[in-house]
Design a protein around this ligand. Structure first.
Ligand SMILES: Cc1cc2nc3c(=O)[nH]c(=O)nc-3n(C[C@H](O)[C@H](O)[C@H](O)COP(=O)(O)O)c2cc1C
Length: 358
């Protein structure tokens, strides 16, 4: 498989990370015109929260916050795309620099702070691709200076309900002070009640858009357990586990390791996979999970599925390994299924759950 990215990566890495990312998005926007529908091996088919996917690999939120390059990204072979986080009002985010490559650790630290063009313009981008058979999730955040975070999520739901295949309530960004508090028991109950009531109100006779909560990998086990109980009780459709981490492992070696912000990539693989396994166990496999955090190979992807994830997302490894990774992961997933004598991805979900609990 020819790998253009491995040739251009050294040049891309000479460019300041945020500018490099903008250039990559521009390229992907340009290849929008070469959009093609994916033909995946039927064994890769999966389902998460009533969303049917042709393969389990999605692009994680933050990669295309504004939904500018949806078709180009889709043509790389993803089974689904999540755009955002987007907020009601346009937001410039935190002062630069705010995005750091930890090359030695195959990681990134970001403290972008929900920089995005706001709901109205993101909606325009979403509407432009809605005729295509693409599974598209919209990840909702809240404006930093919002008087009421909950209202921001409700506004997002009203805006994107008719156009999204699923909606993510992102209550786990480490870069907007106060947002993670919504993961607390009482706040969370109120949030879910209001969001689900709003969804009911909007959809008197129409479609029911799946609502997915995105969680932090820094939660204590007891808090995760409570979140699972509440989510099951209130019929949340799925969880995304996990967002970036504020914790810093002692094994990090890069000079940027002490930057403040959320850590992503290889160093968070173990903690986020363990959390997937715990969530699967606490919910007895009844709450679908999208596993994200540090997936860098087909082997990692398979491990997350065996731990309990029904679908997966990647971001940081795309920066280090390029788009070829998606095809590689899909191929390696199939090889792993064959090795373990498992018929398809759906049957592999949670099949080695206990292995990841310690
Ligand atoms: C630069 C950057 C920006 C991100 N922005 C968002 C965001 O806006 N909303 C969100 O829910 N997650 C965001 N994330 C988190 C990712 O969606 C993902 O949960 C996390 O990076 C772990 O996956 P990874 O290790 O494959 O990168 C961002 C991650 C990075 C690296």
């Amino acid at each position: 498989m020819f790998d253009l990215y491995s040739i251009v990566r050294p040049i891309i890495f000479l460019i300041e990370p945020e500018i490099a990312h903008k250039l990559i998005l521009k390229y992907l926007k340009f290849i929008n015109v070469f959009y093609k529908h994916n033909n995946d091996d039927p064994r890769l088919k999966t389902n998460v929260g009533n969303i049917n996917l042709s393969n389990p690999i999605g692009v994680a939120a933050g990669f295309d916050k504004n939904g500018e390059a949806i078709l180009g990204i889709n043509s790389l072979g993803f089974g689904f795309i999540e755009i955002g986080s987007t907020t009601p009002k346009k937001q410039i985010g935190n002062p630069r620099p705010r995005l750091f490559r930890l090359i030695g650790d195959q990681a990134i630290i970001n403290r972008l702070g929900f920089n995005n063009i706001g709901h109205k313009l993101v909606l325009k981008n979403v509407k432009a691709v809605r005729g295509k058979p693409i599974i598209l999730g919209v990840n909702l955040g809240a404006n930093k200076n919002s008087k009421n975070f909950l209202e921001d999520y409700l506004e997002g739901l009203r805006t994107f309900n008719d156009f999204a295949d699923y909606i993510v309530i992102n209550i786990s960004s480490p870069n907007t002070p106060g947002i993670r508090d919504l993961q607390g028991k009482d706040n969370l109950k109120q949030l879910i009640d209001r969001v689900l009531a709003e969804r009911k109100k909007i959809n008197q006779n129409g479609k029911i858009v799946p609502i997915i909560l995105k969680l932090s990998p820094d939660l204590m086990n007891s808090d995760l357990k409570k979140i699972i109980e509440i989510s099951l009780q209130k019929n949340v459709d799925a969880l995304i586990i996990s967002n970036t981490s504020l914790a810093r492992s002692a094994h990090l070696s890069d000079k940027e390791k002490n930057q403040s912000g959320g850590l992503s990539g290889a160093p968070i693989f173990s903690i986020s996979t363990k959390m997937v396994a715990l969530a699967y166990k606490y919910s007895s496999g009844k709450l679908p999970i999208i596993g994200v955090g540090g997936i860098c190979s087909g082997h990692d992807a398979y491990e997350k599925i065996c731990a309990g994830a029904s679908a997966l997302q990647i971001y940081t490894s795309l920066v280090y390994k390029g788009p070829k990774l998606i095809k590689v992961i899909k191929k390696q997933l199939l090889l792993n299924l064959e090795k373990d004598n498992i018929k398809n991805i759906k049957d592999a979900v949670g099949c080695k759950n206990s292995k990841y609990l310690d």
